[in-house]
Design a protein around this ligand. Structure first.
Ligand code: NAP
Length: 457
């Protein structure tokens, strides 16, 4: 794929970039290794003001950064500006908490003193997706840099201007040259970089095939990886739920980021007692969404990021319909310039078909009617993925069952799945492994070193 900014709302090519040459990649890897030698010895107190400054830049220039995101991948501008603000929050969170999360932990043993000591690992490669083009990068970079690692970013090929803007934020904030570098490269260059001894670990946020490929290469080199992959999150609604809130949140949870979020609710599993009412209200709300130019304040659904995503979505809807599903609203591409697809609701999905549990990356919702909690949990878990899950119920016993039995990295009761710097984020099953955010995230790329000191003679 060419490295280019193409406006998804119009199809216009805004800017193209040449991929780095082998010599340029070599120079950047060496700079990362050299910088790590000195940067890893800096103290938390020295790193903290740099990360706070990065947060300030993000806030001061949030409108500029928002525009770049919207122009490159099509999310509504107000959501893009909010994304820049959220990045500032993760920078502040780790600026303020990294030292506490990585403080020595004394453990009583037979030693005079024994403790756990956390040390940075080295240059870490981050392979990142376009859907939250700032947030995905900052939630890796803020903990990695505060831990004393250095970062190398291979961003998705359709968001090069975002990638370059992020590098500039860290440079302007005062991080040493080489602490965070953007590599403008295609995915074909990733294997060579992972095989390079100077790169010590990798994190990938993206699709399952990309995750398998990066993990396989890293595995051969015995390098640690964190994988944040796809999802087919269930959103369960039980009879005791507040239906109005559940419907409103369901629409938002499916269509956030134009439907292109790993933790978007994708399968709506609704108890028979309230199903008809839920379906009616949900379809009405999906039908009423305002589709349009993502730069406009009133737009609720913008274009999908690339023409390929529209084609993939169209093929999935056609496949579902061919196996018996019915379309209650939407169901097709929109005939206008740009990558637009109608907000769509599918029902009567055969749960034995792959499309019933694969990831649908766009504003297409699948509704399932269930007889009770047993069937709700069974369908919720009938997917290879296990990222997030949401369950709406005011029954305490049902809440406990969902918390215990849903196979996912997160369970949200009476809410929609979202990320928060204070809470760990990640999946089980084919959604990946490892965690980002909170204390768990900053401990992924550190040497957890055991120190044992005996009594002096
Ligand atoms: P993608 O096609 O997998 O791309 C993600 C990144 O991986 C891009 O930088 C891409 O580079 C690179 N890449 C692709 N194939 C690769 C390979 N074989 N080897 C090395 N690198 C490779 O995914 P996407 O379409 O950008 O993003 C959507 C996916 O990300 C969805 O599945 C979504 O659920 C997932 N996601 C997960 C999370 C999470 O936290 N779990 C968050 C957001 C998104 P190129 O652009 O150059 O191909």
């Amino acid at each position: 794929m060419a490295i280019a900014s193409i406006n998804p709302a119009t199809g216009e090519t805004l800017k193209t970039f040449n991929a780095l040459s082998a010599e340029e990649i070599e120079g950047k890897l060496q700079l990362a290794a050299d910088t790590f030698r000195t940067y890893s010895r800096t103290t938390f107190a020295e790193r903290k003001p740099l990360m706070m400054r990065a947060a300030e830049i993000l806030e001061t220039k949030k409108h500029d950064f928002g525009k770049i995101m919207t122009l490159e991948m099509g999310k509504p501008l107000k959501a893009a500006i909010a994304e820049a603000e959220k990045c500032a929050s993760v920078c502040r969170y780790y600026a303020e908490n990294a030292e506490r999360h990585l403080a020595d932990e004394i453990i009583e043993t037979n030693a005079k003193k024994s403790y756990v000591h956390f040390q940075p690992l080295g240059p870490v490669l981050a392979v990142m997706p376009w859907n939250f083009p700032f947030w995905q990068v900052f939630r890796f970079a803020a903990p990695a840099l505060m831990a004393g690692n250095v970062g190398l970013l291979k961003h998705a090929s359709n968001v090069p201007q975002c990638a370059l803007a992020i590098e500039e934020i860290f440079t302007t904030a005062g991080f040493p040259n080489g602490a965070f570098q953007t590599l403008l490269i295609g995915s074909n260059a990733v294997e060579g970089i992972l095989n390079d001894r100077r790169v010590v670990a990798a994190t990938l946020t993206g699709s399952e095939p990309a995750g398998r490929s990066v993990a396989a290469t890293a595995g051969k080199q015995i390098k640690k990886t964190v994988l944040e992959l796809g999802g087919s999150d269930p959103f369960i609604v039980m009879p005791s739920a507040n239906l109005a809130d559940a419907v409103m949140t369901a629409v938002k949870a499916r269509t956030i980021n134009n439907g292109q979020s790993c933790i978007a609710a994708k399968r709506f599993i609704v108890a028979a007692e309230i199903y008809d009412e839920f379906e009616k209200r949900f379809v009405d709300e999906m039908h009423a969404l305002r589709i349009g130019d993502p730069m406009e304040d009133s737009t609720e659904i913008g274009p999908l990021a690339t023409p390929q995503i529209v084609d993939d979505l169209d093929a999935q809807v056609k496949k579902a319909v061919a196996s018996g599903a019915r379309v209650l609203t939407g169901g097709a591409k929109i005939d206008r310039p740009g990558n637009f697809f109608e907000p769509t609701v599918l029902v009567d999905i055969d749960i034995n078909t792959p499309v019933s549990c694969e990831e649908i990356f766009g504003p297409v919702a699948m509704l399932f009617r269930v007889s009770g909690i047993e069937e709700a949990i069974e369908i919720a878990n009938a997917t290879p993925f296990g990222l997030g899950s949401a369950a709406w119920t005011n029954d305490a016993a049902e809440q406990t069952r969902f918390i215990d039995e849903l196979e996912a990295g997160a369970v949200f009761i009476n809410g929609m799945v979202s990320s928060d710097p204070r809470l760990p984020f990640g999946g089980v099953k084919n959604s990946g492994y490892g965690r980002e955010l909170a204390e768990f995230g900053i401990r992924e790329f550190v040497n957890i070193k055991t120190v044992w000191i005996g009594a002096a003679d």
